[in-house]
Design a protein around this ligand. Structure first.
Ligand SMILES: Cc1cc2nc3c(=O)[nH]c(=O)nc-3n(C[C@H](O)[C@H](O)[C@H](O)COP(=O)(O)OP(=O)(O)OC[C@H]3O[C@@H](n4cnc5c(N)ncnc54)[C@H](O)[C@@H]3O)c2cc1C
Length: 478
């Protein structure tokens, strides 16, 4: 029998449309599916218990899916270089196949493994429709503005999806190694719990189908509505694909091609516009991945260096109130409590709470970025950094710094009846709609809900002055 090859699963926890896995299968060698818990990530600054729970559920479903082909997922814990070297020795594997990960840590790790492992490592571009380096300006430099990036991205030819490989996996019984299954949180050294939604390839596909059948046609209007349940088509207008894309339970090609099909079937100009907008959001995901690849400094400071001089407030109590959803602004508090419970909040809610932290409280956006990474099941360094810098006004194609969200009017506009607020803030359950967005304006506000932590009009002026001064300092320094 030919020497086996290893497919190292990382952010591609699926069998269908997995480019490295398909190539490993095409090699004709039996494929050993492997996942490695990397202690550098488990102990890293972006560690998140909710995301770890989400990941372990995804691994369990991948293992079960492999089981239908008489295979098992080989799960190990340790430095990937050491684990792969050991596994190659134990199994006689002749090569490793993997899909590239474009974040700075993963790039360094993979480059080292490729250079030093004593068997070949074959790498594939799978996690984006167009990898970094493919979407460049005519002078071959990266785009830092979204609209021209998008135009160029749309003009490039797209790879079709590939099917699920069958009959290529090394039968579990044929390997004299220990399997052990998916470790518990305790076995990985963590306590606590989190209730995650179903994390499987089939859950990802059925959610996408449901979105395409019910909501994509009204995505433009629906995506900003504040609602809690992504499955409720009368309210939330989004797809809830981000957690599945995060660990590759679905591929971006599968989502893109399905959206293109929806475009062909769209019957009205409004539904066609909606599908276009959905595809545009998928391109934002690619844009931010490219930005971080080309400008890794963004992970440690402002993309625009002038804002590194900004005088942020050191206000630990305010930061704590924001984290716990006790700012006295219902829309901010509802979103932060949803984040705690679900490990996910809609894009509009992310923008509102990020603006509140970085502008109203004038607290460094990096505090919020870190907190989001600790909480989000879809937490992704490139997307999260891009979203925070955009909202704080320090990023690439950023929202101008003088645009500051008003938490009351945002709430009135995107949750007019206050249903989202009532769902997450039981203290406000009996407050009628006109007051629920600003309960402090009532004659007798609910006693168990805090007054606003800061006056928005005052905070707005304070933020404008601080951002303006940072820009001016930079101007003087030139
Ligand atoms: C402060 C802040 C932090 C964020 N952190 C993350 C993060 O850690 N991980 C993450 O995946 N997204 C992040 N986003 C982007 C966006 O909020 C989520 O991708 C989106 O809310 C996910 O829900 P959905 O899948 O239902 O999106 P949909 O509206 O259904 O969009 C479909 C897909 O398009 C992509 N997308 C949508 N909006 C954006 C956007 N603004 N930027 C980039 N890609 C987008 C996502 O992959 C998403 O799954 C952040 C945004 C902000 C403002």
């Amino acid at each position: 029998m030919a020497a086996p090859v290893i497919h190292w699963f990382r952010r591609d926890l699926r069998l269908a449309d997995n480019l490295a896995l398909a190539a490993a299968a095409r090699s004709g060698a039996p494929v050993i599916p492997v996942f490695i818990f990397d202690p550098a990530i488990l102990r890293g600054r972006y560690f998140s218990l909710p995301r770890l729970v989400w990941l372990t559920k995804a691994l369990a479903s991948l293992d079960a899916r492999l089981g239908r082909q008489d295979a098992r997922l080989l799960i190990r814990h340790g430095s990937p270089h050491r684990v792969l070297t050991e596994l190659a020795g134990q199994t006689g594997a002749a090569a490793v196949y993997l899909n590239r990960d474009y974040t700075p840590y993963a790039l360094r790790r993979d480059e080292n493994i490729q250079r030093t492992l004593n068997i070949p490592v074959y790498t594939f571009d799978d996690g984006l429709l167009h990898p970094p380096g493919d979407v460049l300006k005519p002078d071959q430099t990266p785009y830092t503005v979204f609209t021209p990036f998008k135009k160029q991205w749309l003009a490039l030819e797209k790879t079709p999806s590939v099917g699920e490989p069958h009959g290529c996996f090394m039968p579990a019984g044929g390997l004299s190694v220990q399997f052990g299954g998916v470790p518990t949180l305790a076995a990985l050294g963590f306590g606590g719990d989190f209730k995650a939604p179903e994390a499987s390839e089939s859950a990802a596909s059925s959610r996408l189908e449901d979105f395409l059948a019910q909501r994509i046609g009204s995505y433009s209007a629906g995506r900003d509505r504040l609602a809690s349940d992504p499955g409720d088509d009368t309210r939330g207008g989004w797809s809830f694909m981000s957690p599945y894309l995060r660990f590759g339970l679905i591929s971006p090609r599968q989502v893109y091609w399905a959206a293109r099909e929806a475009y062909r079937e769209a019957g009205t100009p409004e539904s066609r516009r909606s599908v276009e907008q959905y595809i545009s959001e998928l391109i934002w995901r690619e844009f931010y991945a490219h930005i971080l690849y080309h400008y890794p400094h963004a992970l440690d400071g402002s993309f625009r260096p002038e804002y590194d001089a900004l005088k942020w407030r050191n206000a630990p109590d305010d930061l704590q109130a924001w984290m716990e959803g006790r700012t006295g602004y219902p829309v901010v508090d509802a979103a932060m409590r949803q984040l705690k419970t679900m490990g996910w909040i809609p894009n509009r809610a992310r923008m509102i709470v990020a603006s509140f932290l970085s502008k109203d409280l004038l607290i460094n956006w990096q505090e919020g970025e870190r907190f989001f990474m600790q909480r989000l099941i879809d937490g992704d360094p490139a997307q999260n950094n891009g979203g925070w810098q955009w909202t704080a006004g320090t990023g690439t194609d950023a929202q101008p710094y003088f645009r500051i969200f008003n938490p009351v009017s945002q709430s009135q506009k995107f949750d007019p009846d206050g249903d989202y607020l009532r769902r997450w803030l039981p203290e406000l359950r009996d407050v009628p709609p006109p007051f629920i967005h600003a309960p402090w304006t009532m004659d007798s506000p609910p006693r168990d809900y805090p007054p606003p932590i800061v006056d928005h009009a005052f905070a707005r002026e304070r933020a404008l002055a601080a951002f303006g001064a940072a820009r001016q300092n930079q101007g003087n320094a030139r």
